[in-house]
Design a protein around this ligand. Structure first.
Ligand code: ADP
Ligand code: MG
Length: 236
């Protein structure tokens, strides 16, 4: 069985999808079998960041019992496997999120790492995403409002039996208004696993539909993500 890790946040837009996409590609480049699961059922966009087009069958069709899981698994950049979500509202209506848990038992047999892109907040679909992973990585920006929301996410995950591994600080600028790594670790009571800098190359890569670690592997954010991938892969 592979490691299933949920990437979640309290606040929206902290960089979960960007992190999942690039970390997944980096782990695949290290020779790991990786599946990326878009569990942001109402705002799915992982496939867009990965530049995947032509997706006839999605996770939503599987959750609606209208398709088999194997038909919703696609090969993405660097051989990473992707289970994308549907983009249309029609699909969102039909999908049954509660099926994700049983589906996860099947998915976790298929790779070394299953990275789960969760929705923000603590609504039903977000809590479902927290439930389906064995481990949690919180993705946050180093601001007090984002950190207090992250704390709620971490506490709920723990209540659900999901193990918090640590936190990724994303869009770090080192301005004085940012909380420090020590302060954040004291509040969240988990280690900071990576600090990803604010990097204009992130947006450029996503506009191109090519993951940053492929489009610009020497950019500062790509380097931080690859270091985290090496840590997770046990390479160092
Ligand atoms: P989430 O999935 O948490 O909603 P996204 O990964 O979609 O967040 O990122 C939100 C926005 O922030 C996107 O426009 C993305 O390109 C941008 N972004 C994410 N990380 C960085 C970064 N390190 N530097 C600059 N922009 C970033
Ligand atoms: Mg997202």
């Amino acid at each position: 069985e592979g490691r299933s890790i949920v990437f979640a946040s309290g606040k929206g837009g902290t960089g979960k999808t960007t992190t999942v996409a690039n970390l997944g590609v980096a782990l695949a480049q290290f020779g790991k079998e990786v599946i990326l699961l878009d569990a942001d059922l109402t705002m799915a966009n992982l496939s867009l960041v990965l530049g995947m087009e032509d997706i006839p069958v999605t996770l939503h069709d599987v959750l609606a019992r209208e398709a088999d899981l194997k038909d919703a698994i696609y090969e993405g950049p660097a051989g990473v496997k992707v289970i994308p979500g549907g983009l249309s509202l029609e699909k969102v209506k039909k999908a049954k999120p509660e099926r994700l848990r049983e589906l996860m038992r099947e998915i976790s047999q298929l790779a070394d790492f299953i990275l789960i892109d969760a929705p923000a907040g603590l609504e039903m679909t977000s809590v479902t995403a927290l439930l389906i992973g064995k481990e949690l990585i919180v993705v946050t920006n180093p601001e007090i409002s984002a950190i207090t929301d992250s704390l709620k996410t971490k506490l709920i995950a723990e209540k659900l039996g999901t193990l918090p591994l640590g936190v990724i600080l994303n869009r770090v600028t080192n301005e004085k208004t940012e909380l420090t790594q020590d302060e954040i670790e004291a509040i969240l009571e988990v280690p900071v696993l990576a600090m990803i800098p604010e990097d204009p190359e992130v947006k450029r890569a996503s506009a191109y539909g090519v993951p940053l670690v492929i489009k610009n592997p020497t950019s500062p954010a790509a380097i931080a993500i690859k270091q985290l991938a090496a840590k997770l892969a046990g390479i160092k």
